[in-house]
Design a protein around this ligand. Structure first.
Ligand code: PEP
Ligand code: MG
Length: 756
């Protein structure tokens, strides 16, 4: 009959630690472990089953069953009660095991006489490594304390298995079961380049070093203190006037606070600590159990909550380590590669670009702003990489191949070497393109194409010279607003724009007025919850409803562009009246500057971004009001195809090289050509040589793109005959193919057009 005193699990853990410290073979250690657990829990049988190659569970050690069954009894992952524990990832406690429908009789083990059965999963980092069982002859249910105790022991055991101290961990077949095994992930390359570096977790998993408590009372106190600090912190977030939380963000933090104050959560962690674990191990155990439960249920709402609880647990662990308020970027190593589930553009900017070389995200689309910022920071980026944030550990070696969309975690040296070579090769290629820098972008039949670059940070300006761009076709001013903790003051804005203009020398810069909303949110501003932010209060809509914001920015731009041509581009214009209204605000600022006799630009040009389909039907009219129009294909196609550009599940569903998209561009170019004024395109497709070839074929003569793409696009332009391309693309518009990419690529290959 099983029995356990209150000090039982602690004594057990102490003895466990002694066995771990002994210099004995792995198998011997396991044998000692089962015998110790059996004695301590007054169980007649104690067995350890571990997952092995081919998805089965193997009996690794036993006290009480037939020793000859060790390494011979193997069962399928879902077979028997042991399999049930493994698949459910939860304890199974039965007083009459043989009568349970899951029971699978294995004569070689000699387990006939045992009625009661308790099995608990051996879990680490949300993965089941195996199953630990105890059995007794008497048909009695094990007590809650005994279940707790066995779970605690299993947790220590899991850590030992993970460290490879018990047996050769390389035997485990499934990559996710082997934390130190190399893993390759296939995702989507969103920013080219190859990065070789070290993992920095955006939401780091705090490593629990000490599992077994020396003094359980002290551990309980540490846990309580850390919880108190955590609660204080979360309260602080809500009260902070600096954050000025409203709407959705407030609800999120309030829900988060409820979790932080949840008594059940605290109680479960305290119970885990009472069994003899350290406060850290207690937090981790409760978190592991919760994660497995959520995984099994597969409920998306629960999953969201699980992220919250994960986050709270991480904070708790940081408090326990004594650095609860530290930003993870503080101790970032050189050549850092950030790994995260998701991230906003401001969060990425927070890390700075000095030490970062790459970014791996589970969830981001090509035209999402975090991807745009990543490209602007020159980071290799791979996204849509499922499960990477659970697999990666801080400090792991990682290779990010933004071209192939691959991530190699903990790669062997040979792979690292290959990628270092690939990185060098790429550098050579970039150098080869650099040779084109001073050459004009002229087609074989003599048509000049203007190639501009996109920018958003002062650091981008260095690329103007390096890339040989004709100017900055799109300067995303909002990035500057998103980096800071507070709204930049007028003087700061003037200084910043002046620095940009100076860095551009005699080349033009097109400043886009603040394009906020959608996925670009200022961390310090009030933000109302919106059901469809992409279709919501964004860009010029904010500017017209809050004219002070635009006027303030224009005031800064006017001062900064003293004596120069100032180009202002208004985002998300939907109809002409809206543009005229914004232009009137700009005129009022100009008038103010004139009255105050402030220095002024020598000319002010105001343009409209064509990002909303409605404006495409007003081209002749807008071309009369605006000095220039720039097609923002990222947003335009988001609305044309009704696909959320930030949602990777749909964002690649419709190729921009398809008949309706090209027909629309053709229509825009045609209606624009009937009126004076410039037309350009500054969305991401401008920087892809094949897409750019189609755009030029349709009549566009100015493209603005990431600086790294100027060389490849120029090489493409220099190798094409515009007349031939135009005729070919024009015909393609009539086809019904879902994508014209293959046809265009075949055409380019046939004509020797350089598409790299
Ligand atoms: C666009 O929408 O194409 C564009 C260039 O603007 P952003 O990507 O910043 O929204
Ligand atoms: Mg846009």
């Amino acid at each position: 009959m099983p029995a356990l005193t209150a000090s039982g699990p602690r004594t057990l853990l102490r003895r466990l630690r002694e066995i771990m410290a002994e210099k004995i073979s792995a198998q011997h250690r396991l044998d000692k472990l089962v015998s110790l657990i059996a004695t301590n829990m007054v169980a007649e049988v104690c067995s350890i089953y571990l997952r092995r190659a081919g998805k089965y569970l193997e009996l690794f050690a036993t006290e009480g069953l037939n020793p000859a069954a060790v390494h011979n009894t193997r069962m399928k992952e879902s077979e028997g009660l042991v399999g049930l524990v493994a698949t459910m990832a939860e304890p199974v406690n039965l007083s009459d095991a043989p009568s349970d429908p899951h029971f699978s009789y294995r004569p070689e083990t000699g387990e006939d006489p045992y009625k009661s059965f308790l099995g608990v999963p051996v879990v680490r980092g949300g993965q089941v490594f195996g199953v630990l069982t105890v059995q007794n002859r008497a048909a009695v249910l094990y007590s809650e304390e005994e279940v707790e105790a066995l779970q605690t022991v299993a947790m220590v055991l899991a850590e030992v298995v993970a460290q490879g101290g018990l047996f050769n961990i390389a035997e485990l077949d499934e990559p996710e079961l082997r934390p130190d095994r190399p893993r390759t992930f296939k995702g989507e390359g969103l920013s080219e380049g190859v990065a070789v570096g070290r993992v920095v977790l955006h939401e780091p998993r705090v490593k629990v070093e000490r599992m077994i408590a020396d003094n359980p009372q002290e551990e309980l106190k540490r846990l309580d203190d850390a919880i108190a600090k955590l609660r204080e912190n979360v309260d602080g977030m809500l009260d902070s006037s600096e954050l000025d939380l409203t709407g959705e963000s407030r609800e999120v933090i309030e829900a988060y606070r409820l979790f932080a104050y949840d008594q059940g959560w605290r109680q479960r962690m305290r119970e885990a600590v009472r069994t003899g674990l350290t406060a850290e191990a207690g937090v981790e155990r409760v978190q592991d159990e919760m994660r497995l439960r959520v995984q099994r249920l597969g409920d998306p709402v629960l999953r969201e909550r699980a992220h919250d609880l994960d986050d709270l647990a991480r904070r708790l662990l940081r408090h326990l380590a004594g650095d609860g308020d530290k930003h993870p970027a503080e101790d970032m190593p050189d050549h850092a590669v950030l790994v995260a589930r998701a991230m906003g553009p401001a969060e990425l900017l927070d890390y700075g670009r000095d030490k970062l070389v790459g970014l791996v995200l589970e969830d981001a689309a090509a035209t999402s702003h975090v991807a745009i910022v990543a490209r602007s920071m020159g980071l290799a980026l791979v996204s849509t990489v499922d499960g990477v944030s659970d697999s990666a550990r801080a400090g792991d070696t990682v290779v990010v191949d933004g071209e192939a969309g691959e991530v190699h975690l903990r790669p062997p040296r040979s792979v690292v070497k290959t990628y270092v070579a690939k990185r060098e090769l790429r550098a050579h290629r970039v150098a080869a393109f650099a040779q084109l820098r001073e050459m004009p972008a002229v087609t074989r039949d003599g048509v000049h194409i203007k190639l501009m670059m996109n920018a958003g940070l002062l650091l981008d300006m260095a690329h103007l010279k390096e890339s040989g761009a004709d100017g900055v076709g799109l300067f995303r001013t909002e990035l500057q607003f998103m980096i800071g903790e507070t709204m930049p003051r007028l003087a700061d804005q003037v200084e910043f724009y002046r620095a940009v203009i100076e860095a551009a020398g005699d080349k033009p810069v097109v400043f886009r007025s603040l394009d906020l909303g959608g996925d670009k949110v200022l961390p310090y501003a009030r933000w109302e919850r919106e059901a469809n932010p992409a279709l919501g209060w964004r860009a010029i809509r904010i500017a017209l409803d809050r004219p002070a914001l635009l006027r303030y920015q224009v005031r800064a731009l006017l001062q900064a562009a003293q004596g120069r041509v100032l180009n202002i581009l208004l985002p998300m214009v939907t109809h002409v009246a809206e543009f005229n209204e914004a232009r009137a605000l700009i005129d009022r600022e100009t008038e103010r500057a004139r009255l105050l006799q402030l220095p002024q630009p020598k000319q002010i040009r105001v343009g409209a971004m064509l990002e909303v389909p409605a404006l495409a039907f007003m081209l002749p009219q807008i071309m009369r009001s605006a000095d220039f129009v720039s097609i923002g294909s990222n947003d335009l196609f988001q609305f044309v195809f009704a696909v959320d550009r930030t949602n990777p599940r749909v964002s690649r569903r419709y190729d921009a090289l398809n008949p309706p998209a090209l027909t629309l561009i053709r229509l825009i170019v045609k209606s624009a050509s009937e009126s004076p004024g410039d037309l350009s395109l500054c969305g991401e497709m401008a920087g892809k040589p094949l897409d750019a070839m189609a755009l030029i074929g349709l009549g566009l003569r100015t493209l603005s793109m990431q600086p790294a793409n100027i060389g490849p696009v120029k090489a493409m332009i220099q190798s094409l005959d515009l007349r031939e391309v135009s005729q070919f693309v024009d015909k393609l518009c009539d086809r019904t193919d879902g994508s014209l990419r293959t046809r265009l690529a075949a055409f380019a290959a046939e004509r020797g057009i350089v598409i790299k």
